[in-house]
Design a protein. Sequence first.
Length: 100
Amino acid sequence: MRVEGFKSQGWLIDNLYQAPTLADKDARPYAGSDISIEDVRIDTFQPTQRYVIDAGVRKQEGLRELVLPYGEDTLCMETGGIDIVDEENAGGRSYAPTYH
């Protein structure tokens, strides 16, 4: 895998406005929302909000290790996302989650 480029926070927010629901691909529930990216201390979350899935955590750790040499920490990003090219899986692109 390699990092191709960083996306802005504005790009992330614009894409969230366009995100559909699983039940209705034409629904845009966030289209009229007030979305912002805020700093949040992880220790302010309640225990029920601290759920994780092992595979997702392992993927996040791998993405973090990949991106750290480029000056971004995927657990505290200043950008809205990253283009990742996965050369091992047919060159597909995915966007790293942004936590800020």
